[in-house]
Design a protein around this ligand. Structure first.
Ligand code: HEM
Length: 364
């Protein structure tokens, strides 16, 4: 026998070598020859039509079924590039201009006008401006808004401003905590918004008085001008409607971001806009819907923050006696007469009609 004198060790080496030769031949028979690959692979040949199809954002089939095949099987979505460049480009740039512009404007106004004083000085007598429910609604809306604003600003500007200062670990921890707060406080804001709407909507219907108030610049530029106003003046009505309409819009887009891929709000909105002369595509993929929602959410958020900075200024540092209205609910009568003269008359009239004990008096 030929293998009779082969040691066990050499026998294994022989087996290994034979296997190597056999496998090598078989692999060679499947390897590339001049760019051709057996089977259905294309090898070095590019299928231009296939890549063009993919580049144009078309979807294929995917085994990642969780998000639905249409979402998970898109390999290249060019709108994603547009989305990122708008978010990191014009959105953050003009947002920053607006925020800095408002701070500069307020600093200038403060240096020009100082703190607006109660011209006649405090009378020492107060009048109830806001009941507990009104103050609760305001602070629920305001407190949540301030945290939503700070955490939202971090999502847009944090990577440029805080990341280089804090480093990746601390920035990441802060941003994750901020994102959770943002998600959950959104509900507090929505509740505060609805409550404030019902508390104040009847006092915020525009009237002729508002035009006069605006013509006199709200008396903001002089100690002597006190244009007549009821419970809310024209400036406050503008803030009210900006907060209500902006708040509604930011809540709807925020809802679409909290529960993704469930609405077609953007396509529907574009459809409505098209009826008044726009020419916007209503054939949006679910991913485009989400991207447009984040852009819109960012724009409305930044506009609201810019407006609210002015509101916070005038409700605190900018005007003597204003903060009391939302703090204790009681304001000085002289303050009230100077800024809301007609409202004081109405309140006095009501008090006369009902008497001190709150019981309505018979008409004389
Ligand atoms: C965090 C600081 C804030 C301060 C110090 C503040 C202060 C005030 C004060 C004093 C008033 C009553 C003004 C009056 O008696 O006529 C008021 C009203 C109001 N606040 Fe605020 N506020 C703050 C934040 C906010 C925020 C974040 C929002 C909305 C997102 C908001 C929305 C409103 C609205 C709609 C009114 C009624 C209309 C008006 O007076 O402009 N406030 N606030």
């Amino acid at each position: 026998m030929i293998f009779k004198n082969i040691s066990v060790k050499n026998f294994y080496i022989l087996i290994f070598l034979s296997l190597f030769i056999v496998l090598n031949f078989s692999f060679n028979s499947f390897s590339q020859t001049a760019g051709q690959v057996p089977g259905s692979s294309l090898g070095l040949n590019s299928d231009a039509d296939l890549w063009r199809y993919i580049r144009q954002g078309n979807s294929g089939d995917s085994q990642i079924g969780q998000l639905g095949s249409e979402l998970s099987a898109v390999m290249i979505q060019s709108e994603g590039d547009n989305w990122r460049s708008i978010r990191n480009g014009p959105l953050s740039r003009y947002g920053a201009y607006g925020l800095i512009g408002m701070l500069v404007l307020l600093a200038w106004f403060y240096s020009y006008r100082g703190r607006i004083k109660v011209a006649k000085g405090f009378s020492g007598e107060t009048i109830t401006r806001f009941k507990a429910i009104e103050r609760f609604s305001h602070w629920l809306m305001a407190g949540s808004f301030v945290i939503l604003a700070i955490t939202g600003l971090n999502m847009v500007y944090g990577k440029f401003v805080l990341l280089p200062i804090l480093g990746p670990d601390a920035f990441s921890a802060l941003t994750v905590a901020g994102k959770y707060s943002h998600n959950f406080l959104a509900f507090a804001f929505m509740i505060g918004l609805v409550m404030s709407f019902f508390c104040w909507v009847t006092h915020n219907i525009p009237s002729k008085l508002d035009i006069e108030w605006l013509k006199q610049g709200g008396g903001l530029f002089s100690d002597d001008a006190h244009p007549p106003a009821r419970k809310f003046n024209a400036g406050q009505k503008i803030i009210f409607w900006a907060v209500m309409l902006g708040g509604l819009s930011i809540s709807l887009s925020g809802w679409a971001l909290l529960f993704p891929f469930e609405t077609k709000m953007m396509a529907k909105t574009f459809g409505i806009l098209n009826m008044v002369g726009f020419n916007l595509s209503t054939d949006l993929t679910p991913l485009q819907e989400q991207q447009l929602q984040t852009i819109w959410h960012g724009i409305v958020g930044l506009v609201l923050i810019i407006i609210i900075i002015a509101h916070i200024y005038i409700g605190s540092l900018g005007m003597q006696g204003a903060f009391d209205a939302m703090n204790s609910g009681e304001v000085d009568r002289n303050w009230a007469k100077e800024h809301h003269g007609l409202w004081v008359e109405e309140e006095d009239q009501k008090a006369n009609d009902t008497g001190k004990d709150g019981i309505k008096q018979p008409a004389e």
